[in-house]
Design a binder for this molecule. Sequence first.
Ligand SMILES: N[C@@H](CCC(=O)N[C@@H](CS)C(=O)NCC(=O)O)C(=O)O
Length: 407
Amino acid sequence: MRSSVPRLLLRRFISTGPTSCAPPPPTSASKELKIPFQQQEEAGGGKKRSLLWWGAVSLGIGTAVGVAVGYDQIKRVRTLVKNPSDEVPFILTAVPAHTPSRSMRFVTDASGLKLTLFQYQTCPFCCKVRAMLDFFGISYDIVEVNPVLRSQIKWSQTYKKVPILVVQTPQGEILQLNDSTMIVSALYSFLFANKHQAGNSTSDTNNSMYSIAKCYPTIKYNDDDGKAQTEIMNKYFLMLDGDLGKRTKEDILEERKWRRWADTVYVHTLSPNIYRTVSEAIDSFKYFDKVGEWEKNFPTWERYLVIYVGALAMWMIGKRLQKRHNLKADVRLSLFEESDYWVKCIHKKGGEFMGGSAPNLSDLAVYGVLSSIEGCEAFGDLMQHSKGLGKWYHNIKNHLKNNLIQS
Ligand SMILES: N[C@@H](CCC(=O)N[C@@H](CS)C(=O)NCC(=O)O)C(=O)O
């Protein structure tokens, strides 16, 4: 059996530029600095030599003191808390015990994986993961998480957000994948590597979900304000292991650019729009109540607490988000502008989707986040504003329905 290390490294390079690079090779800078002094020493010249000598020594001491003081100051705020390579991916000893709220089943599923998605039905990041799973026809169970108590994810030791995907692999591992973007990248890489879509599955352990998920290590650090932060390395990168199939490096890079845009620009236009006024915020929460089946999943008092207190809180938070993300005073205009930009760029490429004749991961990311607000007033206004976006949106929606056999 071949060692997985070289192939994983190769996979990273083929992933068209990893974010976690190996440290650069040591330079010969120190050698080069030394040479002039050595040459002068060899040339003789006692007084000149000693002046240079003391100059160099003082410079050295000064630099060392400066570096030490600077390092100490930086270290105080930017300390790496830990970089637990053995915790990534997080391996669970058992599947968290929860009855699924519902199950999605697809005829096309040949992945061999058993997936459980811990989610909020209308969280844009969860919608993004569902769009990907539905598009590729991978079956999964859904556990709806109570947004107030979040008791369904109490088992998760460190990560307290949704989505969380629990993956049972054919090799018997139980993996906890955190973060929508990482989940999508890892699953796509897995499907691509194993060519499941061509019915060409392989049992190569280098293409196992475990090996792939290891390419997305989590690092923890303190930021400039001393606040603990967590980052998942390479989360936008696909680990394609050499064979790009029909894909090109350029199209992978472009897809990545738009996936980032969905997460860092487009998604931020949504909240201030759906919580634009108090009554709009209440209506949005009522919609979440309906599609999240809160009546079925949570006690009545809690539902109403979330609807009314949540709506008020989100209306206020929406105003802060509007400022933070530099949205226009009329937030609808920002939503319209970004949506128009997306549609214009698709048209420029000449296809029906950003991926050309079929949706790619960026189409699914933008569709996913937008689908989270489908029943809200802002969504209706947007569809009125842009028929082009409406056409693109419903084309994808139809694609997603094709494989489904039971939900
Ligand atoms: N970068 C993460 C963001 C996930 C996220 O922020 N999820 C929200 C729900 S939309 C969350 O769980 N927030 C914590 C909470 O509800 O307490 C991802 O893409 O999955």
